[in-house]
Design a protein around this ligand. Structure first.
Ligand code: ARG
Length: 560
């Protein structure tokens, strides 16, 4: 039941205003004690030649609908208070009927490519890439739930001048056996060493440039090494994706678009957009703004050019309705330029492109930087999280069957949840012990709450329950839970419109808190007439918690 629509229908019997206008006018009173909806009568003053206060006083007593416990005039407002028992019963019925499909809706159709994760070959995946992966993965699930078809694209950083440096470094200090044994770690060491050595021996930079040039020209040795580095790196990344249970529809990275840039450059030229500036080719961005660099002075192409080629290719192949780039905030200017250049090229679909930025993760207050070697190894983070989760399970529930799998779901889920619970633009500090706590605003807390609900349901199976026709509950705790459950569809809609998984995560935390209050204050498993209704509340809570976690990419074990 949509209570706002009920308010509108009821008002229409007494008030001469179009539905659309009523829909805009009706508000949520700031103070919940004043009711759940309010209709401000000011608009009617002219029409009726009466004061708004008087109008409210006259209308209120004439409005009657058992869905509302009371409808009262307060100053110039008519306030509507929902009948708690009706809301609870109605919501429980819906959730139990639709199960995991509760909250499904159609806000749109069509393809939405999501450019996400996109780590760089031969470097450890960073915390930033982890953020991109889990935010992108959650957005894909949220967008699918509201009707779109997401396409998860891993735009691997598998091309660029840094590969020239890496090849040069490998030639100096590398050997095959080490790379085979631990690819990312060793390739990364070569790369870090290259930067250290290049400070003392700048001629190394020239060597790097030369190798990149060779790579661009298809030199056999350069190509062999690059192909090998790419393959072993990807294998490593896939291990992490497997841990996170994230998959991709495409791994078309930067290299895939290499041979597609020339036509973009020609197109820019033909459209009269390309200008020479200090030996480079640029597109002017207007006063006070940096020009967009398309071809460097040494003739090599750059990041932006490849992204232009990729965007055009994706439009041709996916005919998208929107496209998202889940990439750190620090690349903001790049995406402003990408959109602006596409627009100048005459592509109106540039407006459907959204950069979905996110904040920085620090550790002990310090910025993490791959280049400086101040780096967190993600597989280690996940591994430690699972260990911590296992410790807590050993402590709380040592006889639990399938401990290893559950510890995995809890540990990995904790890291994902922690990443998604804050507004994505917030910066935050990463402290693993904090992340994996079973209490507080954590993933394990939500999972634990769900497991608690599941345990109640298991116990209930041993009771004989009279089947309910109507889920009447009258206590205040259950109403608080039901109100959250009723909000779930709108929560998903908001998360999809703002591209903000934290809306779902915060919802899950609140619902968990309210469920735990209910659990602490009400004796659920007492065999009386309300038992089926109470169990319905427990079941519905578990269904919605599980679905909210699923939308975040977090598992919901039935026992913990
Ligand atoms: N590989 C890049 C990085 O690690 C991210 C790529 C983002 N996607 C894009 N289409 N530019 O910074």
């Amino acid at each position: 039941m949509n209570f706002k629509e009920e308010v509108i229908a009821l008002l229409q019997t007494r008030v001469d205003l179009p539905v659309a206008q009523l829909r805009d006018l009706i508000e949520r009173p700031k103070n919940a004690k004043m009711g759940d909806y309010a209709f401000p009568t000011f608009v009617l003053a002219k029409q009726l030649h009466k004061s708004p206060v008087l109008i409210a006083k006259e209308i209120a007593p004439k409005l009657v609908n058992p869905v509302f416990a009371n409808i009262t005039a307060v100053g110039p407002y008519v306030n509507f208070a929902i009948n708690h028992a009706v809301l609870t019963a109605d919501t429980l019925k819906q959730v139990l009927q639709l199960q995991a499909h509760y909250g499904d809706q159609t806000l749109g159709h069509g393809n939405i490519p999501i450019d996400m994760s996109s780590p760089n070959i031969a470097k450890p995946m960073s915390m930033g890439h982890l953020r991109s992966t889990v935010i992108g993965n959650s957005l894909a699930k949220v967008l699918a739930k509201v009707g779109y078809h997401p396409i998860k694209i891993n735009y691997l950083g598998d091309y660029g001048t840094q590969f020239g440096k890496l090849i040069a470094a490998y030639k100096h200090w590398g050997n095959e056996a080490d790379v085979k044994q631990d690819p990312i770690m060793n390739l990364f060491h070569y790369y870090v060493k290259f930067h250290q050595e290049a400070e003392k021996h700048p001629e190394l930079e020239d060597e790097g440039r030369l190798w990149f040039k060779k790579l661009e020209q298809g030199d056999a040795e350069a190509t062999r090494l690059w192909t090998w580095f790419r393959a072993v790196s990807l294998e490593d990344f896939k291990r992490i994706y497997h841990e996170l249970d994230v998959d991709f529809d495409s791994y078309n990275g930067e290299a895939f678009f290499n041979d597609k840039m020339a036509s973009v450059i020609t197109e820019l030229k033909d459209k009269g957009l390309l200008h020479e500036s200090q030996g480079a080719q640029v597109v002017e961005m207007g006063p006070d703004q940096n020009p967009a660099l398309i071809v460097k002075s040494d003739g090599t192409s750059i990041y932006l050019t490849r992204d232009l080629a990729a965007a055009e290719w994706r439009m041709q192949h996916y005919d998208f309705v929107k496209m998202l780039y889940v990439v750190g905030n620090e690349q903001g200017e790049h995406f402003v330029q990408l959109k602006a250049v596409l627009k100048k090229m005459g592509y109106d679909w540039s407006d459907d492109i959204h950069h979905i930025p996110f904040g920085l993760i620090t550790q002990g207050g310090k910025k993490l930087s791959t280049r400086k070697g101040n780096v967190v190894f993600l597989d280690q983070v996940l591994h430690d999280a699972v260990d911590l989760a296992l410790n807590q399970i050993e402590h709380k529930n040592p006889d639990l069957a399938g401990k290893a799998q559950i510890a995995h779901d809890v540990g990995v889920g904790a890291v994902i949840f922690h990443d998604l619970k804050n507004d994505r633009l917030d910066n935050f500090d990463f402290d693993l012990k904090e992340v994996v706590r079973f209490e507080g605003d954590t993933g394990p807390y939500v999972q634990y709450t769900n497991a608690r609900a599941q345990s109640v349901l298991r116990k209930a199976e041993q009771l004989t329950i009279a089947s309910a026709t109507d889920y009447q509950l009258t206590d205040e705790w259950s109403f608080q839970v039901a109100k959250d459950l009723a909000d779930f569809p709108q929560v998903i809609a908001r998360a999809s419109e703002k591209f903000e998984p934290s809306i779902v995560a915060k919802f899950a935390l609140n619902l968990a808190k309210k469920f735990n209050k209910y659990y602490a204050n009400v004796k659920i498993l007492t065999d009386d007439a309300e038992l089926p209704a109470r169990l319905a509340l427990v079941k519905a809570s578990s269904l919605v918690l599980t679905e909210a976690l699923r939308l975040l990419g977090v598992k919901a074990p039935k026992e913990m």
